[in-house]
Design a protein around this ligand. Structure first.
Ligand SMILES: *[C@@H]1O[C@H](CO)[C@@H](O)[C@H](O)[C@H]1NC(C)=O
Ligand SMILES: *[C@@H]1O[C@H](CO)[C@@H](O)[C@H](O)[C@H]1NC(C)=O
Ligand SMILES: *[C@@H]1O[C@H](CO)[C@@H](O)[C@H](O)[C@H]1NC(C)=O
Ligand SMILES: *[C@@H]1O[C@H](CO)[C@@H](O)[C@H](O)[C@H]1NC(C)=O
Length: 413
């Protein structure tokens, strides 16, 4: 009789907990009372309960807000849903479900909500699709029963947001001081993401720091920075940035190749065959090559240029003169020069009768300058040229002075 008179209403999210409470209550009862009472206790186990459950969903996904009532034969007259979310911090009704009219929105509709329960089964379950962070909050499901009145439960909807990830190369240039190589970012993650660099092979040659910022909407941006001395040895090393978060189904690994940028080093001209040449330099990013001829333009029919390669098609004295190869990338420009002299003589003579001189690796822009200004009166094997980083233009006056002397020495030999 005691069991029967106690009206138990469990508004409890954790079903197992309420079961164990019921269980122990019944155990003690059954050991003391008649089987009749045990039967009544069974009724208590199935006492009226509104069952919900917390829900975690990834932003953009679909959430099921479960809610149903059990253990009652009362008449259900209405199901009401209330919410208190990031967007609407005041708890208010937003949806009602009536036996005849069906679903009715209280303050404007929202197509994303769909009633997927069943009124006859006292099931008020809702589905919310395309969940946004603003939807996060507490949803209350209320069953209006007759004669017992309103019974409700609260469902916590948690929205998780996977981060936007990227690596940004800070474009370090060759140097001797520690600089920032790159940053790896996990932006707008909820809960916060963990960001770390895998730099195994580099050991202590690199250093990392991690920094994070939390926004008002509880998303967090985490940035991990990779530092090191920008040497040529470290250039090209592979590292990885690993990002993990509860909001991601699996951790993400972004590969990164450390690139140290530098302008073209000295430009060399290499003979591929008797009549074709290639301009060679080291640069990062790779240099673009431009061949040109001093004073005159190329003889289209006699010369073929293909990137770094120059091919002399017909060996006639028309081709005589100084050719320049310019190697450039975003960090600077350097020149190499080739002096071509085709000895005048019988054209039927063998290739060997042509004298083609490679001018490699010496002197500055002066050679070019002297050539242009008429100093170059007779052939002599001048060598290459190296010059000019646009970022640090050398003082032309000084260079020309030195080179002038060097040239005069060679001329007077
Ligand atoms: C309530 O409805 C949902 C959606 O149709 C269903 O998944 C769930 O099993 C139902 N609950 C009960 C107790 O019938
Ligand atoms: C960390 O982030 C804060 C805020 O964005 C910024 O002011 C600070 O300079 C950062 N620190 C480092 C080491 O990047
Ligand atoms: C959270 O706030 C930050 C900063 O205002 C914003 O950039 C970001 O888009 C917001 N995230 C979401 C999921 O609304
Ligand atoms: C090199 O050539 C490529 C392809 O033509 C071009 O996209 C790039 O901008 C050039 N770089 C420089 C430094 O001129």
């Amino acid at each position: 009789m005691i069991c029967f008179s106690v009206k138990l209403v469990y508004v409890n999210i954790i079903l197992t907990l309420s079961r164990s409470v019921d269980g122990s209550y019944c155990d003690s009862m059954s050991s003391l009372l008649l089987p009749m009472v045990v039967l009544q206790c069974t009724y208590v186990v199935e006492a009226l309960q509104v069952i919900g459950g917390n829900v975690k969903v990834v932003q953009g996904g679909t959430a099921i807000l479960p809610c149903h009532v059990t253990g009652t034969n009362d008449d259900l007259t209405q199901i009401t849903w209330q919410r208190r979310t990031r967007e609407k911090p005041h708890n208010d009704n937003f949806l009602t479900i009536l036996p005849r009219e069906g679903v009715q929105f209280v303050n404007g509709g929202d197509d994303r909500f769909k009633y997927i329960g069943n009124f006859n089964n006292k099931n008020g379950t809702l589905q919310l699709s395309n969940v946004a962070l603003k939807d996060e909050g507490r949803y209350t499901c209320i069953f209006t029963l007759f004669p017992s009145g309103n019974q409700k439960t609260e469902i916590l909807l948690i929205v998780i947001v996977p981060p936007f990830t990227n690596i940004k190369d800070n474009l370090p240039t060759l140097g001797t001081e520690e600089v920032l190589f790159a940053t790896c970012t996990a932006a707008g993650s909820k809960p916060p993401a963990e960001v770390r660099w895998l730099t195994d092979a580099l050991g202590e040659k690199v250093r990392t720091t991690t920094n994070s910022t939390q926004y008002d909407n509880d998303t967090t941006t985490t940035v991990s920075s990779l530092f090191g001395v920008p040497t040529s040895e470290i250039n090209g090393h592979q590292v990885q940035c690993v990002i993990s978060s509860d909001a991601m189904s699996k951790e993400e690994t972004l590969p990164f190749s450390i690139q140290i940028y530098f302008p073209p080093t000295e430009v060399n001209i290499r003979a591929i065959s008797e009549n074709s040449f290639e301009c060679v330099t080291e640069a990062n990013p790779s240099a673009n090559f431009t061949w040109s001829r001093s004073a005159q333009s190329f003889l289209q029919s006699a010369v073929k240029v293909d990137g770094a390669k120059l091919q002399l098609l017909s060996l006639t004295s028309d081709l005589n003169g100084l050719y320049q190869c310019e190697a450039s990338n975003a960090y600077g420009t350097k020149h190499g020069q080739l002096y071509v002299h085709v000895a005048s003589g019988t054209c039927s003579a063998a290739w060997a009768s042509f004298a083609i001189f490679l001018l490699l690796n010496v002197i500055g822009a002066a050679a070019w300058w002297f050539f242009k200004s008429g100093y170059f009166q007779r052939f002599f094997p001048v060598h290459g040229d190296e010059h000019s980083d646009p970022r640090s233009p050398s003082s032309p006056g000084d260079d020309h002075g030195q080179d002038h002397q060097k040239l005069q020495r060679e001329l007077s030999r």
